[in-house]
Design a binder for this molecule. Structure first.
Ligand SMILES: Nc1ncnc2c1ncn2[C@@H]1O[C@H](COP(=O)(O)OP(=O)(O)OP(=O)(O)O)[C@@H](O)[C@H]1O
Ligand SMILES: [Mg+2]
Length: 376
């Protein structure tokens, strides 16, 4: 059995460095509710060093939140601790975060202090929102697919019957049967798009920049708007295991949308990067390829931003609203994710494709492809 003083001596170094290694932000306020200590996690969260935070009034940090001076004073007086979740701390218009905050009373130098523990929850919230939206998207897509399937079957019969009928009727009446056949074909086309890609991807190691260049070439054939295309490629990206055709189709749909949205002479940027520690529908991915398709057009209409990837959501009068839903399916078939961030003047679609943890071999591209500006 060790003596109490021996154990205290042994644990002192751990106690001293503990706060430095915590992921939870810890702040200590004195009796006047001014900051007297912030651990490194708190410094990172508040984006200020302890030297700059020292003596700052708690009211400055927690303005307009439920962590009020009155509640903290009451805590000092009664020792009654409390936890508030979902507190939005706004330090400046560009620096805000949501946190769960626990406040308790501790005694230092024989005077009561306030111990605040802040756990940032933005990231978890973002992940659960993403998982939720993905489930909703899957449900909407399955519903549409089911419906499309039901339409497709009788459509075949309808077309066949019209064909048989056309042999029975005279030349004048053939106009009607051809009309039925034509419209049935149009509907079949639409239904096929509604059903989405139905083949499994043919996975092979591909040069991602080769695929992007193919897309550029395809859209260049009809560049009526004189659009500028900027490439910002990371040449060190290794070969990616993917289905060339499917990935090309996914990117093409996004680029076509951008072309339709932007004005004459505007810019589309294709950017590639390696990204680490990303999450794809809640699953942690160590290494990924990040492809961005950025345009400086008017942005996605706000009313469709939340449902952008759902089938049949369109902001264009002649759009079927299937392009992005199909792109999402194609990217999902590669265990990847397609997302979008859009404000007027900057719309960015991001494709994340998981990369096998392999040596990042140099794959130098022809110099002409790197960070250059081209007309489409
Ligand atoms: N880069 C962009 N800038 C502005 N709006 C966009 C952009 N990309 C997509 N959108 C909006 O998102 C909507 C949905 O796009 P999506 O490709 O799914 O369907 P669509 O283009 O309307 O029809 P389809 O592709 O099936 O012919 C578009 O109608 C458009 O309103
Ligand atoms: Mg489209």
């Amino acid at each position: 059995m060790h003596s109490r003083s021996f154990i205290q001596e042994q644990i002192a170094p751990y106690q001293q460095s503990l706060a430095n290694h915590l992921v939870t932000a810890v702040i200590i306020l004195n009796g006047d509710l001014a900051i007297v200590y912030a651990n490194p996690a708190a410094e990172a969260l508040l984006n200020k060093s302890l030297y700059r935070l020292y003596s700052t009034d708690s009211e400055v940090i927690f303005a307009n939140t439920s962590i009020t001076t009155a509640r903290l004073e009451q805590l000092l007086a009664t020792g009654q601790e409390f936890t508030d979740s979902d507190i939005m701390v706004e330090l400046s218009p560009n620096h805000r975060f949501t946190a769960e905050i626990t406040a308790s009373s501790v005694e230092f130098k024989k005077t009561p202090h306030v111990l605040l523990e802040l756990k940032q929850i933005d990231q978890q919230k973002q992940i659960s929102l993403e998982v939720f939206q993905h489930q909703q998207w899957l449900a909407a897509r399955d519903l549409i697919k089911g419906l499309a399937h039901e339409i497709k079957n009788p459509l075949g019969g309808l077309r066949g019957a019209a064909q048989l009928l056309s042999k029975e009727v005279n030349n004048d009446q053939q106009e009607y049967t051809s009309m039925i056949i034509e419209q049935a074909d149009r509907l079949t086309n639409l239904v096929d798009r509604l059903l989405g890609p139905n083949q499994l991807p043919q996975i092979q190691a591909q040069n991602i920049h080769g695929i992007l260049e193919k897309v550029c070439k395809l859209v260049s054939y009809s560049n009526e708007k004189n659009i500028h295309l900027l490439r910002d490629y990371d040449p060190s990206i290794p070969a990616v295991e993917c289905d060339q055709e499917k990935l090309q189709q996914a990117v093409l749909n996004i680029v076509n949308n951008a072309i339709q949205a932007i004005d004459e002479g505007n810019t589309i940027t294709l950017k590639t990067r390696i990204a680490s520690n990303k999450t794809i529908y809640g699953k942690r991915i160590k290494l990924a390829v990040h492809i961005s398709i950025i345009d400086n057009g008017p942005g996605i209409p706000s009313e469709i931003q939340d449902t952008l990837f759902y089938p049949m959501v369109s902001g264009r009068s002649n759009g079927t609203g299937l392009g992005l839903s199909i792109s999402q399916t194609l990217i999902n078939q590669h265990q990847g994710k397609l997302s979008c961030h859009s404000i007027p003047g900057h719309t960015e679609f991001t494709i994340l494709l998981p990369l096998k943890q392999q040596a990042l071999k140099q794959q130098p591209l022809p110099q002409a492809l790197l960070s250059q500006e081209n007309k489409l």
